[in-house]
Write a protein that binds this ligand. Structure first.
Ligand code: SAM
Length: 291
């Protein structure tokens, strides 16, 4: 039985009417813009590459519009929904799929840590996938947190604001290259995926959205090393238009900054935003090396 021919499933567009009739007002604070286009939801689930038995985390299932396609692909699905009005709807909707679980929780315990009830359910080893239509308010901190996990997802396919997707997928020298790009790319190879126009959502967002796809790097560093590099990249890139000499001096002191730049033959007047990922990594190593 496919997700689209389930006899008990009301027509797709009825969800909006049913929610409105039940007095539901989408919360802007929680980034509640529901993707009401079934073909697009199916396509995003397919982008994630999820296959039968594969563990998949979905943050913010809402009513379960994307979840149902992930569940239908056979995923062992964990959905984490903060809104107590929505979690039961998603749970109900996913009821035919015994491998799908919906828990009611804020996925983030703090800006840089996952909720314990989520963490304890994630695979400690092996491949798994993150697929979601992420709420805008948490997409940056959540993705940075995920990239620092002991066992991060091997594949990420998420729908976010187009501008965020572009930042995540950008390269040094691009106008969109910034702290999040460098920090996330420390763990992932990122590509820009499909564009999703505002009219496919309810309520309609003011901005465009896009999917990004990310695959875990083969040369992944140990978690502490990753966390240290990501913090350094963020510190450096916060002031990416300043000269390397100036920013690095503020971070590690003038003498250490000069020594590091000389050791790597980097022009002290270059801007941090022009450094490639290998250069950023080398600079982090030099800058914290004992003199
Ligand atoms: N997946 C649904 C869809 O595609 O239609 C809804 C996506 S909507 C953009 C974001 C969802 O994330 C909402 O259901 C919202 O309640 C939920 N959410 C917001 N902040 C959250 C958080 N910190 N933890 C878990 N869920 C959250």
């Amino acid at each position: 039985m496919s997700a689209t021919d389930r006899p008990d499933r009301p027509p797709w567009a009825d969800f909006k009417g049913a929610l409105e009739r039940a007095g539901f007002h989408p919360s802007r604070r929680l980034g509640q813009n529901f993707l009401l286009d079934d073909n697009m939801a199916r396509a995003i689930a397919s982008d994630s590459g999820v296959t039968a038995g594969h563990f998949t985390l979905e943050v913010g299932p809402g009513c379960g519009f994307l979840s149902v396609h992930l569940a239908h692909a056979g995923a062992r699905l964990l959905c984490v929904e903060i809104d107590p009005r929505l979690a039961p709807i998603a749970r109900d909707f996913l009821q035919p799929y015994p491998d799908a679980e919906v828990i009611e929780a804020d996925v983030l315990a703090s800006k840089s840590s996952l909720a314990p009830e989520v963490l304890e359910r994630l695979p400690a080893a092996g491949e798994w996938t993150l697929c979601a239509n992420l709420p805008y308010s948490i997409s940056g901190p959540f993705l940075a947190t995920v990239a620092q996990l002991q066992n991060p997802p091997s594949r990420v396919a998420c729908l976010v604001q187009k501008e965020v997707a572009e930042r995540l997928a950008s390269a040094p020298g691009d106008a969109t290259w910034g702290p999040l790009s460098a920090a996330f790319q420390e763990s992932y190879e990122v590509t820009l995926g499909r564009f999703v126009p505002p009219q496919l959502f309810w309520p309609r967002p003011k901005v465009d959205s896009a999917v990004f796809l990310a695959d875990l790097r083969g040369d992944l560093a140990a978690p502490e090393e990753r966390a240290r590099r990501m913090q350094f990249f963020r510190d450096l890139m916060q002031r990416r238009r300043k000269s390397l000499r100036r920013v690095l001096s503020d971070l590690v002191g003038g003498a250490q900054a000069t020594r590091s730049l000389e050791a790597l033959d980097l022009d002290p007047l270059r801007r941090a935003e022009t450094l490639s990922l290998p250069e950023l990594r080398a600079l982090e190593r030099e800058a914290r090396a004992d003199v």
